[in-house]
Design a protein around this ligand. Structure first.
Ligand SMILES: NC(=O)c1ccc[n+]([C@@H]2O[C@H](COP(=O)([O-])OP(=O)(O)OC[C@H]3O[C@@H](n4cnc5c(N)ncnc54)[C@H](O)[C@@H]3O)[C@@H](O)[C@H]2O)c1
Length: 345
């Protein structure tokens, strides 16, 4: 099976590519490298080489933008010429910084939403109708202390989260227009962290990152003096915000399982939470990172930010039962692997 992975050079995409190639899939990556580097592709090849897997026939790289129809058409055409048409798409490509999206809504709507419309349009032309889409837990309303299941109220606040919700709605319309043909899984990730245990690939430390884990890493590397913890009076175990951290390898396996599930079943559209179901406070995350990696993470408390939430933890029962998938890695492994990125040191 030949899978197109948009954004395959990014954090989640690169680990998913690796998992799929290990399982024998052929992969074509389309990435603009706006937030990733070709070094990650070299990293994927290196890990596979070490495992005795040669990538010549398994991994094709296309540098391009999902907003550019020509490059997407070329990928589908090349695959047909090579007698190995693309059968499914895993769609990671997108911009993901909540704060940047507030400042640059045009960019986010155009990149994420228009780019996805292009992609679906061309998939439709080539009769490729199976897609796993990277959605986000940020589309849910504030949950207070309740676990969030897939039927939980939706209320995206940032432009970023609104683009994800809009794409889900668009995919629903596409499905409804031809419901006996499309197979669609919207995977709503909670907080993916960690890295490949080899330390060869992981999350890029971009300057505008707002995700907590790369910031902790930067503090540990003394690139920034301290971590700001937003809010100390949430109704949580220690007053700091609680999130559902999940290892990136578990996320990658979730994609493999979602793809297998779609291909083994009738056309459908399904929303699934990918999380561990366990809440961890920011302070607990800091303490675990310090303990397992023997480094200091100075931090101070700041005011809550607009739109912040105190408790965002998945009810993951649906993914567990439908995908026959289970997160395997604990918080300590996430912290060890995340810190072990050789190219960050
Ligand atoms: N990492 C998270 O915490 C998280 C949580 C929820 C949802 N998501 C979603 O999952 C997806 C992957 O996230 P990630 O953490 O791997 O992010 P990432 O930034 O590491 O990867 C995204 C990749 O897409 C590429 N890209 C962006 N716009 C593109 C375009 N127009 N055309 C082609 N390539 C483009 C980037 O260069 C990058 O390689 C994103 O859509 C993100 O919104 C991520």
């Amino acid at each position: 099976m030949h899978i197109l992975i948009t954004g395959g050079a990014g954090f989640l995409g690169s680990h998913t590519c690796l998992t799929l190639i290990e399982k024998g899939y052929e992969i074509s990556i389309l990435d603009s490298f706006i937030n990733s580097s070709i070094k990650t592709i070299e990293g994927i090849k290196k890990i596979l080489r070490k495992a005795g897997i040669h990538t010549n026939h398994h991994l094709n790289i296309f540098k391009g933008d999902i907003r550019d129809k020509k490059i997407i058409i070329k990928i589908f055409e090349d695959a047909i010429k090579n007698n190995n048409p693309i059968t499914s798409v895993i769609h990671f490509a997108g911009l993901k910084s909540v704060s940047e999206s507030v400042k640059k809504p045009f960019l986010y709507w155009e990149n994420n939403v228009s780019g996805t419309i292009n992609l679906i349009n061309i998939m439709n032309q080539f009769n490729c109708k199976t897609i796993v889409f990277s959605s986000s837990a940020s589309i849910y309303d504030d949950s207070s202390e309740k676990l969030i299941d897939e039927d939980f109220p939706i209320n995206p606040t940032s432009p970023y989260a609104k683009t994800k919700e809009t794409i889900e709605r668009f995919l629903k319309d596409i499905f409804n227009s031809s419901s006996n043909t499309w197979r669609i899984a919207n995977l709503r990730y909670f907080n993916p962290i960690g890295a490949h245990p080899s330390g060869i690939i992981g999350e890029e430390l971009t300057s505008h990152t707002t995700n907590i884990f790369p910031i902790i890493t930067k503090v540990a590397l003394k690139q920034i003096p301290e971590l700001k913890v937003y809010g100390k009076d949430w109704p949580t175990i220690d007053g700091s915000g609680v999130r559902d951290y999940i290892h990136v390898i578990d996320i990658a396996n979730g994609h493999l399982k979602a793809l297998e599930f779609l291909n083994a079943n009738n056309p459908q559209i399904i929303n699934l939470n990918l999380g561990t179901g366990k809440g961890t406070s920011v302070i607990e995350l800091i303490k675990t990172f310090e303990k397992v990696n023997k480094v200091k993470i100075p931090y101070s408390f700041s005011e809550r930010r607009d739109g912040d939430k105190g408790f965002v933890v998945a009810d993951n029962k649906m993914a567990l039962s439908i995908l026959k998938w289970k997160p395997e890695k604990n918080l300590e492994e996430m912290c060890i692997d995340g810190w072990n990125l050789k190219f960050h040191k």
